[in-house]
Design a protein around this ligand. Sequence first.
Ligand SMILES: *Cc1c(COP(=O)(O)O)cnc(C)c1O
Length: 374
Amino acid sequence: MSTDFLKLANIGVQKLHPYQAGKPTDELERELGITNIVKLASNENPLGLAQSVKDALQNELAGLTRYPDANGYYLKKALADKYSVNIDQITLGNGSNDLLELIARAFVSSCHEVMFAQHAFVVYPIVTQAIGATAVAVPAKDYGHDLEAMAEAITANTKLIFIANPNNPTGTFLEQDALKAFLKKVPSNVLVVLDEAYFEYAEPARRGNAIAWIAEFPNLIISRTFSKAYGLAGLRVGYTISHPEIADILNRVRQPFNCNALALKAAVTVLNDEDYLLQSVALNNEGMEDLSAFFTDNNLEYIASMGNFITVNVGNSCDKRTGDSVYQALLQEGVIVRPITGYGLPNHLRISIGTHSENQRFKEALTKVLNLES
Ligand SMILES: *Cc1c(COP(=O)(O)O)cnc(C)c1O
């Protein structure tokens, strides 16, 4: 008799579905036999790797026979200096996804509830289910977090709350006052992860500095990444800033070499490359204006976004047109975007902001696919 391995898996894991990543460019190239594909599907930085990083990595290659620094000292030091925190408040991860999982594994058991908003980042339910905990998805308000409803949904079993600001895939943004009012309502034994993967893209005047709140709310964990505005998605490096005791606990479960040597080097280098960050943000602002105006001109409803992507409603019930059908049609034009049916938004597509010419290609393809006038 053959073994049913699925039955051997943990209950939570049995019901899990693997994360659906954006379609890789090479895959579509093979399928269509064309080469000039535009990928606007995974919120990657369209600027390309910073020159400073390319140079630094070249010099790092010779050392790759050695294990990396298990403490990531230089990167932690650079982050601590930049954000005026102590080095013992920082935890490094193999991308910030690594840390989101680490937090759940370190603090949450199967008897606990983990809360997040409807249409929030899919990694939150995945890490919750993997440990067999109960996921509580609180209905969204105007596509974003309904913080009042979330505060009311806290129970004695709530252990962890994930909040993405700006949120992915909707791009919605929570103002500092609202967030702070929420934190005041959360019991101090409930952890709140503020996932600021798109922090660098958010308007400086409005994004504030939640790191400074840790003194008042020691249960607050700030999570950031080098995958987006810093352009290192392929190298995998993210970090959390928290109370030192939380960092100490994460450090106990963390794999000792979860950040590789190239990732550490690249992250320190790009953190000091202010020009690269400025260029990334400027290019994003330009593209965001361009695509927003395009959607407005064509009467396509979009969600105002503070991230490096924009989510637009392309559905049409008369034509049986959905996000998935438009996604498929755009693929035929060599443009990869992100359908978000899995996020409960079957009529929307999420478009990562690209370079000027990539945005142009997207607009042309969408014009063709939707028979738009312009
Ligand atoms: C992209 C993204 C991340 C970053 O993931 P990495 O593992 O650091 O690449 C985290 N949270 C959200 C909401 C994201 O969209």
